[in-house]
Structure formats: structure tokens, C-alpha cells
Design a binder for this molecule. Structure first.
Ligand code: TXA
Ligand code: MG
Length: 322
């Protein structure tokens, strides 16, 4: 069985000897391994049961020189790094040919995703390790991401890696990923709490034209075990008259359209607070004694895009069943 620990040095040691560990970041817990070690990176794919063509994010400390790994660093990214690192923003750059990282990290593509996490424990580990680690979310592929150490333990009951307890993740959903392969603009590959409006202060944000392999491009992801359907306020009658009458349902909402006694949980009205709760509440719903989960979509504003995307990928539209 995996073990929850509090000793950072033990975690650094595990990474040094090529083992995987789970560790906290400010977004979600990550399943980490030394990015320069092929065998260690391979273990991450095996433990997660993740297809090898889904590249991993390389995590670095904020004062490391990115030209060690990156071919071209567009000017505007320097301002973005200054503003948002350490923090939940991941950059996709052109990879330098002779960069010293495992080919498995990038899925042999010529681009690399890099971020600097702001959780103090993650930063301390990077600084002590002295080289980057990869860290996909510490959940089995396609499932709900973990936002505390107990979630990780729950998801990997038969594995034997160490899980560093760093409390509850402050952000709660994965980092925003932007493609920075063009010199004059970026595009959002995966939305997160840093949104288009904040990015636009520093560079032009264009629609993503790429077919890059981002898990966010999969139709389903972040999924609970129970069936989950999402709805909007156009579907209220359908929800009230059909679903709530005939089924044993767990109901999650973002507004007060339903009576309190019908709703199991209403998310906070601020994006940041709601993001912090999303995965935890989905996990509670999934472990409840109900047959279905229904969740209202958040308001239709760009700042909620990160949550809307997670919810749509976690379930199906109540009307179309798609
Ligand atoms: O907040 C986060 O980013 C968390 C924490 C643990 O740091 N990590 C995370 O990793 O979400 P993961 O593996 O669950 O998601 C990484 C995403 C995937 O969708 C992957 O396809 C994409 O990053 N990605 C990695 N390398 C890429 C690349 N070179 N080009 C485009 N997308 C890439
Ligand atoms: Mg993930």
C-alpha cells in the first residue's frame, strides 16, 4: 500500500533513486518522477495507465534557465513568466534538440510543456533535487484529479509509492496550458484559472489551430465512476420533473434555482473558491449512495471556462446524452 509521509528529504531521495512519488502542487497532486530518467518516467505512465502518446509537463524552479531545454523563447513569454510564475501557467515551447530529458516526457514530439509550481513543498523538492521532475495529475488516466493526499491514496490502493502530504491544493484545477510556438501570439490549449483576459494583457491570444496532443482534447476526461450529466438553466424543468422524480440523484449546483433540500452542494460564487472545491465535491458525489450525479454548468463567462471544460469532459449533456 502507498504511504502518506511528511518528510521532504525522503521524497527527494525517492526521486533521486528513480522512483515515482505523489506530491502536492498548488493546482492538483502530481505523480512525479525525475524528468531525466527514462525508467522513472516510464513508471509514471505505467502507474497511471496513461497512453505513451500523452506527453507530460516538466516542472522547474522559477530561476532555472529555460534555454537549457527550450529552442526559442518568444519575448512576450518573459513577461508572462514574471507575472505568473511560480503558479498555474504551463508554456509549450519548441524543444532544444540536445536537451537532457527523457524522450518519453514529450512523447518524442519536438515541443515541451514546462511549468513552475508555487506550492512551497514542490519548489523545495525541485531545488533540492536540482533537476526537473515530470508530474501528471496523480490519478488513474481519465479519472478525477486529486486535491489532497487522501485522494491519491484512495486512487492507488495497491501501489507502493510515497505520497507527500502538503494539505489541500489551493487552486484545485490543473494549470492553464498555452502554446508559445509563435513569436507574436499564444493560444490556450487547456483553460484554467488564469484566463484569456489576464493573458491578453501581455500578448495576443489566438484560437488554437493545433492538433497537439493535450488530454483536454479528449472528449472525456476527469471522470467519476457514476454517470454524470450536466445541465444549464434551460434544462431546469427536465431536471425537476423527470430526473429528480424518478432517480436517486446527487445534485450539484452553481446557482440557487433549486430548493436547498434538493441540492446536495452549491458551489461558491467566486471562480477561485469554486475551482478549489470542484474535484473534492465530485469525489464526494461519486462516493455517495446515489445512482447518478447531476451538475449545473457555471455561468457562461470566459472566467469560468476552466471549470466548464472540466465538467463537460467529466460527463454528458443531459439533453443530448453526448
Ligand atoms: O496543474 C498541472 O498542470 C498538473 C500539476 C500536477 O502540475 N499537471 C497536469 O498534468 O495536469 P497532466 O499530465 O494531467 O496534464 C498535462 C497536459 C496533458 O493534457 C498533455 O497532453 C499536455 O499537458 N502536454 C504535455 N506536453 C505537451 C506538449 N508538448 N504539447 C502540448 N500539450 C502537452
Ligand atoms: Mg490529468
Amino acid at each position: 500500500m502507498s504511504r502518506i509521509v511528511e518528510d521532504i528529504n525522503e521524497i527527494v531521495n525517492q526521486l533521486r533513486i528513480g522512483n515515482v512519488v505523489a506530491l502536492p502542487t498548488e493546482t492538483v497532486y502530481g505523480l512525479a518522477a525525475d524528468a531525466t530518467n527514462d525508467d522513472a518516467v516510464c513508471k509514471v505512465f505505467d502507474v497511471k495507465q496513461r497512453p505513451k502518446n500523452h506527453p507530460l509537463i516538466m516542472h522547474v524552479s522559477s530561476d532555472w534557465d529555460l534555454t537549457t531545454w527550450v529552442e526559442t523563447i518568444p519575448k512576450y513569454t518573459e513577461a508572462l513568466i514574471k507575472k505568473f510564475w511560480p503558479g498555474p501557467l504551463t508554456f509549450v515551447f519548441k524543444l532544444k534538440k540536445d536537451a537532457n530529458i527523457s524522450k518519453l516526457v514529450t512523447g518524442s514530439q519536438d515541443t515541451i510543456a514546462i511549468r513552475c509550481p508555487s506550492h512551497p513543498m514542490a519548489l523545495e523538492i525541485l531545488n533540492k533535487l536540482g533537476r526537473p521532475f515530470v508530474a501528471p495529475s496523480a490519478n488513474p488516466f481519465g479519472r478525477i484529479s486529486p486535491t489532497n493526499a487522501a485522494h491519491v491514496l484512495h486512487d492507488f490502493p495497491t501501489d507502493t509509492f510515497f505520497i507527500l502530504d502538503g494539505g489541500t491544493c489551493n487552486v484545485g484545477i490543473e494549470s492553464t496550458i498555452i502554446s508559445c510556438l509563435k513569436n507574436d501570439s499564444c493560444s490556450i490549449l487547456r483553460p484554467g484559472v488564469i484566463g484569456e483576459i489576464e493573458l491578453q494583457e501581455f500578448c495576443k491570444v489566438i484560437k488554437s489551430e493545433s492538433k497537439i496532443r493535450v488530454s483536454g482534447n479528449l472528449k472525456y476526461h476527469y471522470q467519476p465512476q457514476k454517470p454524470l450529466f450536466y445541465f444549464t438553466n434551460n434544462d431546469i424543468e427536465l431536471v425537476k420533473n423527470i430526473f429528480l422524480k424518478d432517480n436517486n440523484i446527487y445534485l450539484l449546483t452553481f446557482s440557487s434555482i433549486f430548493d436547498n433540500n434538493l441540492t446536495n452542494y452549491t458551489f461558491p460564487s467566486s471562480v477561485k473558491s469554486a475551482a478549489r472545491e470542484l474535484y473534492r465535491q465530485l469525489r464526494i458525489a461519486d462516493n455517495s449512495n446515489t445512482d447518478l450525479i447531476l451538475i449545473e454548468l457555471p455561468p457562461n463567462h470566459q472566467e469560468w471556462n476552466g471549470l466548464v471544460e472540466r465538467i463537460k469532459k467529466a460527463g454528458k449533456n443531459i439533453r443530448t446524452n453526448e
